[in-house]
Write a protein that binds this ligand. Structure first.
Ligand SMILES: NC(=O)c1ccc[n+]([C@@H]2O[C@H](COP(=O)([O-])OP(=O)(O)OC[C@H]3O[C@@H](n4cnc5c(N)ncnc54)[C@H](O)[C@@H]3O)[C@@H](O)[C@H]2O)c1
Length: 494
């Protein structure tokens, strides 16, 4: 199967690369020439464990290609994924300008040689499936192949009313390789929604072994083609890639087929639930701290309830990243557009906003004066195993401390360079390792729960610091061990 993936970000690049591993012919397209040039050299422009290896495998096999030419790539493909960004605007609404540009460009590029399925993988507000269809049609109306076909087909119909060009009408039976005689847009393309649930840092594994595949469509032909595309994943009958072992006992992946709006809502509901779950744990943590309970113990106790489950209950500096904040804000905005005030979702956002600055309050409690103090941040990325800094709590903490007159140093195992490049105005001092970071620090704050921060050499670190103070913004260390090394320890909700 020939597949085009538009957008080579965290979602598009991983999706395209994994599909090529499964034997599909994939072209990944981006407008960013720098990214495409890196990919043509076999290098991933993003950090994602195991991705480089799979990219190189695809390039060597010859079924993973990269291009900036959307039109040619669309024409070479049967299934076209839209996987561009939908970043938040100041109002909370998702910015759909990238999706719009791509959908229209796809319409302008279709050649009618086969029926294409345009699949929206970007997270978009409810109703966007129909909107994308409208945009592809707009592009199609400017497409000479389509307009000529349209003119020819109406001329034929006028001269011979018995010839109604029904050779490839909808339904799963239509041949994809047959030339189209008519000029109906749905003979050129169909739209489907296929929301993505991968987690950065575990994206390869999540793509090969997802909890479910969601397909929203109005036409069964689109659903069937996507089902065919994903068959190796659905049936789990592919040979396991070296970097992503198959989870024990996984023999099939459930497919949820539904309408476009429900597919789009499933994505928002999933992210809103997870964000709310974390905010709930943080709210309980804040109460724990006041009443003398330990959130780690409390979560262990109530997370064992099978109706609740232990995941996404880690108290700390809250959620960040490219999805939770933007998707919850977009869902709030959608609800309001329909006259509904989503109180629970708003609270989840409010709790998270306050949570981020709790380390700053704790520093004030312990140090009293922040001005003139040196604070070291352990971690910048919004979570471990990624270089993604979008909506990262570390950036907000750093800005707040700098504004209060502190000197702020930072060390991230992967994201230092990305942070430097993306935040040229942020007066952060970057360190190459934990020991260099600790030098002259009055306090350290763990912001990202990278594995290496879970095994700190506290004695060595302490020797470099002005005073032994550690704020554990992710509750990854043992209070007793840190205190035994002579540190003042503050966790979250403990
Ligand atoms: N990052 C995640 O963990 C994640 C998970 C699930 C869903 N999503 C959703 O998937 C979508 C993509 O997210 P992402 O994190 O991969 O975004 P990203 O910002 O990392 O990548 C988007 C890419 O699209 C490219 N692009 C923009 N306009 C283009 C155009 N006209 N033609 C070709 N390429 C174009 C950009 O250059 C960029 O490389 C978003 O809607 C996001 O909400 C993201």
């Amino acid at each position: 199967m020939d597949v085009c993936v538009v957008g080579t970000g965290y979602v598009g690049l991983v999706t395209g690369t994994c599909l090529s591993y499964l034997g599909r012919n994939v072209i990944c397209v981006d407008i960013d020439e720098r990214k495409i040039n890196m990919l043509l050299e076999g290098k991933s422009p993003i950090y994602e464990p195991g991705l480089d290896q799979l990219i190189q495998m695809g390039i060597t096999r010859g079924n993973l290609r990269f291009s900036t030419n959307l039109a040619d790539s669309v024409r070479a493909s049967e299934i076209i994924f839209i996987a561009v960004g939908t970043p938040p605007q100041a109002s909370g609404k998702a910015d759909l300008s990238y999706v719009k540009a791509v959908a229209q460009a796809i319409g302008r590029s279709l050649d009618g040689e086969r029926r294409r399925v345009v699949v929206n993988k970007s997270t978009v507000p409810i109703g966007s499936g129909n909107w994308v269809e409208m945009l592809v049609r707009e592009g199609l109306n400017e497409n000479p192949v389509y307009t000529e076909k349209l003119a020819k087909s109406s001329a034929t119909q006028t001269s011979n009313t018995s010839n109604t060009s029904t050779s490839t009408q909808g339904g799963a039976g239509g041949s994809i390789s047959r030339k189209l005689n008519g000029a109906r847009p749905d003979q050129f393309f169909l739209v489907a929604s296929n929301p993505e649930f991968l987690r950065e840092g575990a994206a390869i594994s999540d793509t090969f072994y997802p909890d479910r595949i969601v397909i929203g469509a109005t036409d069964s032909y689109a659903t069937e083609r996507l089902r065919a595309l994903y068959t190796p994943i659905i049936e789990q009958n592919f040979s396991v890639p070296p970097s992503a072992p198959r989870p024990a006992g996984l023999s099939a992946v459930p497919v949820v087929t539904t309408d476009l709006a429900s597919a789009e809502m499933i994505k928002y509901a999933a992210n809103a639930f997870l964000a709310t779950k974390i905010s709930f744990a943080n709210e309980i943590a804040n109460i724990c701290e006041r009443v003398g309970a330990d959130i780690k113990e409390v979560v262990r106790g109530f997370g064992l309830d099978s109706r609740i489950g232990p995941k996404f209950l880690n108290a700390g500096v809250g959620w960040g990243g490219s999805c939770f904040g933007k998707d919850v804000s977009a869902l709030i905005d959608i609800a309001r557009e329909y006259g509904y005030e989503p109180a629970l979702l708003k609270s989840a956002v409010d709790v998270n906003k306050k949570q981020r600055l709790i380390p700053v309050q704790k520093l004030q409690e312990v140090l009293k004066i922040i001005k003139g103090k040196t604070i070291g941040l352990l971690g910048l990325a919004f979570k471990p195993e990624t270089d993604d800094l979008r909506d990262a709590p570390a950036l907000e903490i750093a800005r707040q401390l700098i504004e209060m007159g502190a000197r702020v140093k930072a060390y991230d195992p992967i994201a230092n360079e990305a942070c430097k490049a993306q935040n040229p105005d942020l007066k952060l001092e970057y360190s190459d390792d934990i020991i260099a970071l600790s030098e002259d620090c009055d306090a350290l704050v763990i912001v990202t729960e990278w594995e290496e921060f879970q095994h700190l050499d506290l004695e060595k670190i302490g020797q470099e610091m002005n005073s032994r103070i550690l704020i554990d913004g992710r509750n990854i260390l043992s209070k007793a061990i840190v205190e035994a090394a002579g540190f003042t320890y503050r966790g979250i909700g403990r």
